[in-house]
Design a protein around this ligand. Structure first.
Ligand SMILES: Cc1cc2nc3c(=O)[nH]c(=O)nc-3n(C[C@H](O)[C@H](O)[C@H](O)COP(=O)(O)O)c2cc1C
Length: 221
């Protein structure tokens, strides 16, 4: 297969030019089960630090719940008008049990004895033992953002519209989704569906720093 040489052309990454943080959704268009599964799989397969996936994905399509999310989301219309709302929740702490569950998952999926992973287990326990609860949650939340980015890029590649959204009250989301006692908390959301032609932002140019403003190159002199 011939690899296309990268150029500065705006066509290099057409999906990232096509996509936009949608403000107005076409409420008549819904994601198919396959599209929901695709978005879910993109999130599930995203890389995370150590591969621990300290995350849980909530997938909301129920109208009554979406109305509550909108209320807790500063009345942003995407929360009701998009077909689905994906909420990325992160662990509030990383416990010994989290590490054990991860070690068991590796051993099972790679068909190796857990004892072979003793060194890795110790390393993970040592890494989390040295951090405060806030630092552990902050680390877990970063994994949610990485997953969000991967997911919206894959969605765009399949012409599914999305809006990354952090404009909401996380505590209220946790109550609505009943996740308060589970050791997870809402971090960021992704509305997904199909754009309305009436979205005024779609007529506007994308605003980005130029490559020169955005990069610092440190190359051989
Ligand atoms: C983490 C994150 C949170 C965001 N939160 C919101 C939000 O709550 N509501 C909204 O309308 N847009 C939100 N946006 C969309 C950004 O405003 C938008 O991505 C940015 O202006 C660039 O425009 P574009 O995505 O259309 O290219 C968010 C984007 C990101 C990455």
């Amino acid at each position: 297969m011939r690899i296309r040489k990268a150029t500065m052309s705006t066509q290099t990454l057409p999906q990232l030019h096509w996509r936009a943080a949608i403000k107005v959704y076409d409420t008549s268009k819904k994601l198919t089960a396959e599209q929901v599964a695709l978005i879910t799989e993109a999130a599930r397969m995203s890389p995370t630090s150590y591969g621990m996936q300290p995350l849980k994905l909530f997938i909301v399509s129920d109208t009554a719940t979406k109305k509550k999310l909108r209320k807790a989301g500063y009345n942003q219309p995407q929360f009701t008008d998009a077909s689905h709302i994906f909420i990325f929740a992160a662990r509030t702490a990383i416990t010994k049990e989290d590490v054990s569950a991860y070690i068991t998952r590796i051993a099972t999926q790679r068909n190796i004895p857990e004892t072979k992973l003793d060194g890795f287990r110790e390393m993970l326990l040592g890494s989390s033992a040295g951090k405060t609860v806030e630092q552990l949650h902050s680390w877990a939340a970063k994994q949610a953002y990485i997953t969000l980015g991967m997911t919206l890029a894959i969605a765009a590649d399949h012409k599914i519209d999305t809006t990354p959204m952090e404009g909401f009250d996380a505590q209220k989301f946790d109550t609505i989704l009943e996740i308060q006692k589970s050791g997870f908390t809402s971090v960021v959301a992704l509305a997904a569906g199909f754009r309305s032609k009436n979205d005024p932002y779609l007529k506007m140019a994308k605003v980005r720093k130029t490559v020169e403003e955005f990069t610092v190159k440190i190359a051989e002199k």
